[in-house]
Design a protein around this ligand. Structure first.
Ligand SMILES: Nc1ncnc2c1ncn2[C@@H]1O[C@H](COP(=O)(O)OP(=O)(O)OP(=O)(O)O)[C@@H](O)[C@H]1O
Ligand SMILES: [Mg+2]
Length: 266
């Protein structure tokens, strides 16, 4: 390889995640219509757009809970279209849900521990043959879950059932839960929705901290203040299509974006 090629390669590392001409139809509705973009390693990329633009469907397609009608999804350079959601978790993709649904009667600690990627204690046989290993893994998962609850300021509620949490605290629990599988990229679907101003600051700080550890984010959010403060780059979707891309300030000034939001409100 020539020195120039090597340099070019260094300048353009493989994106963490790529959508290439992705289409998804539900009956007569084209929820995602020929969308292509890259998520660059280490960035916080925003995804905004009016209600019904196709943002959550795009997440479902990236995470594997919905499969594309056509097009390609690449994760760390590997084509993963058609691959199930749990396999993509194994490849380092984590996602949170627009409406978090923790197990209400389990403690916060158990809710986070349940998200552990592999558990030697899963099989009865493992329990019988290697009980010491199961114990050691349980202890490691417990300690990690406790640390993650501390990271999101929920330590003092670790032994409470998840049903006592406010909407905002549930979003923080989601963040701890998703971190349990050591993701390289986290997709966040409206982490600020229904969150009060104090908790919002906690969530913004935590996303910054986690990003500083090298974890990439793709963030769906209607809260433009949060998008402006966090995102290095922003994509705008409207009616299933990618409308434009730029910094938060650039897209906020783009007449096509303004029209899409006004059109949606009409
Ligand atoms: N499973 C489904 N079956 C049929 N239609 C669907 C399905 N999922 C999404 N849609 C439709 O696809 C379009 C995009 O929905 P989506 O939830 O992706 O939008 P969104 O941008 O996340 O909106 P919001 O900001 O309100 O969360 C909508 O018209 C929606 O009704
Ligand atoms: Mg949505």
């Amino acid at each position: 390889m020539s020195a120039l090629n090597e340099r070019l390669e260094e300048d353009t590392p493989t994106p963490v995640l790529t959508a290439k001409n992705v289409v998804r139809r539900f009956g007569g509705v084209t929820a995602v219509n020929d969308v292509s973009f890259d998520v660059r390693r280490g960035e916080i990329l925003g995804l905004i757009g009016p209600n019904g633009a196709g943002k959550t469907t795009m997440f479902d397609l990236l995470a594997g809970s919905v499969q594309p009608s056509s097009g390609e999804i690449m994760l760390n350079g590997a084509a993963v279209s058609g691959e199930a959601a749990h396999r993509r978790i194994g490849r380092g993709l984590g996602r949170t849900f627009q409406i978090p649904r923790p197990f209400p009667n389990l403690t916060l600690l158990d809710n986070v521990m349940l998200a552990a990627q592999s558990q030697a204690g899963e099989g009865l046989l493992a329990n019988f043959l290697k009980p010491w290993r199961v114990k050691a893994e349980e202890k490691a998962a417990h300690d990690k879950a406790a640390e993650l609850l501390e990271l999101v300021n929920l330590s003092r509620l670790a032994h409470e059932p998840a049903r006592v949490l406010s909407g905002g605290q549930r979003k923080l629990l989601e963040l701890a839960r998703v971190m349990m599988a050591d993701p390289a990229i986290i997709l966040l679907d409206e982490p600020a929705a229904g969150v009060n101003a104090t908790l919002l600051e906690v969530i913004i700080d935590r996303i910054r901290d986690i990003n500083a550890r090298g974890i990439t984010f793709l963030l769906i959010e209607h809260n433009i203040d949060m998008v402006t403060r966090l995102c290095h780059r922003v994509l705008v979707m409207a009616s299933g299509q990618l409308l434009c891309e730029g910094t938060a300030d650039e897209v906020a000034r783009d007449p096509r974006v303004i029209e899409a939001y006004l059109g949606g409100a009409a």
